[in-house]
Design a protein around this ligand. Structure first.
Ligand code: KG4
Ligand code: ZN
Length: 343
């Protein structure tokens, strides 16, 4: 039997993104970003994002169908990010998906953005679904998850107590005058910097923290330490600050992710979300996982940041597992918890 073709729609933040997969094969991945319209505000402005989604939706769907050499009637199922995210932005995607599903008479799956980030890995690594620890690091979330069956439920082991990892990158980039979004900019200049130049703090890694909250993160102390250092050091070297900051984030993310693997006996680690595009995180993860005998799965950098392929991927896994589609009309849920994979 031919594998089902699933179209995925993602509009939780500032990317209007459409992905099309056949089974686990990626056929199209179109991303229209409104990031330039937000840059001068130093962060995403919800109203601007919603309007940009409205404008970009139909052209992006048409473009994706063209890339995949398909027409709308070839689509077997539709998946859409139902949350978490900006409510006005999510609504544009949910409305478009509901309209398509109704018009085409196809099943509709409302899925979780965070689970979708993790599930995109299955487009890259085709081996069977098995329990994995997932380190999910994005602009809005940083969590350690245990994933036994991504189509069913996810268990949260820990999360950040303050800023998300990507948020910390964005804030430090602002202090260093590197623009928005900050992650890619820090990644770039850190390559020329000395990561050992400044010994910035690793949050929640005292022996008491390892006892009480082994899988939680905190980046606010690090953020303050970097800001103080910059203030106190008028002739600081920007690339060294960026590299040392990045090292502190990446080090602590991996320390906790590998501890989760070790303590649960799970030997597979998936790293997902926008920060998983970070080159230092990718290199250090490969090194540490190899010495710990853990299979590392990180999607290609272009599939780490928000995209539609990840939504289509989760939809496709739902179809394959025989999960029921989301029934009736449904609302976007801006606070959808990570444990709920679908609506
Ligand atoms: O997953 P994502 O695209 O959107 C959310 O769901 O939040 O993640 C965006 C975040 C931003 O904070 C951005 O600065 C960060 O991911 N990011 C990076 C890199 N590329 C994107 N952080 C560090 N290094 C990168 N190369
Ligand atoms: Zn995301």
């Amino acid at each position: 039997m031919m594998q089902p073709i699933v179209l995925g729609i993602e509009t939780s933040c500032d990317e209007t993104a459409i992905g099309i997969v056949r089974g686990r094969t990626l056929l199209a991945n179109v991303i229209a970003s409104s990031v330039d319209e937000h840059a001068r505000f130093g962060g995403v402005v919800p109203e601007i994002a919603s309007r940009a989604h409205l404008e970009a939706m139909m052209p992006s769907i048409e473009r994706a169908l063209k890339d995949a050499k398909l027409s709308l009637k070839d689509i077997d199922a539709i998946a859409v990010t139902a949350g978490p995210g900006l409510v006005g932005a999510l609504l544009v995607g949910v409305a478009a998906a509901s309209g398509l599903a109704l018009g085409l008479q196809r099943p509709l799956y409302g899925v979780n953005h965070l689970a979708a980030h993790v599930s995109v890995d299955y487009l890259t690594h085709h081996d069977a679904l098995k329990p994995a620890i997932a380190l999910l690091v994005s602009g809005g979330h940083s969590s350690l998850l245990q994933v036994n069956d991504i189509t069913q439920s996810i268990t949260k082991l820990g999360a950040t107590m303050d800023d998300a990892a990507g948020e910390a990158f964005d804030k430090i980039a602002r202090v260093l005058d590197l623009g928005f979004p900050g992650g890619p900019a820090i990644d770039r200049i850190a390559k020329e910097g000395d990561a050992t130049a400044i010994d910035f703090p690793r949050g929640l890694t005292t022996s008491q923290d390892w006892q009480e909250r082994p899988y939680d993160f905190s980046f606010s102390g690090l953020k303050t330490a970097v800001a103080r250092y910059i203030e106190a050091t008028p002739h600081h070297i920007r690339r060294d600050v960026a590299a040392s900051f990045q090292e502190a984030v990446v080090d602590v993310l991996l320390l906790k992710a590998l501890a989760a693997c070790k303590n649960t006996g799970i030997d597979s680690l998936v790293i997902a979300g926008g920060v998983a595009a970070n080159s230092r995180l990718r290199t250090l993860a490969a090194k540490r996982c190899q010495s710990a005998g853990i299979q590392l799965r990180i999607p290609g950098p272009e599939l780490c940041t928000d995209n539609g392929a990840m939504v289509a991927s989760l939809g496709s896994l739902m179809v394959a597992a025989g999960r029921p589609p989301t029934s009736g009309g449904f609302d976007a849920d801006s606070g959808l918890p990570v444990e709920r994979v679908g609506l």
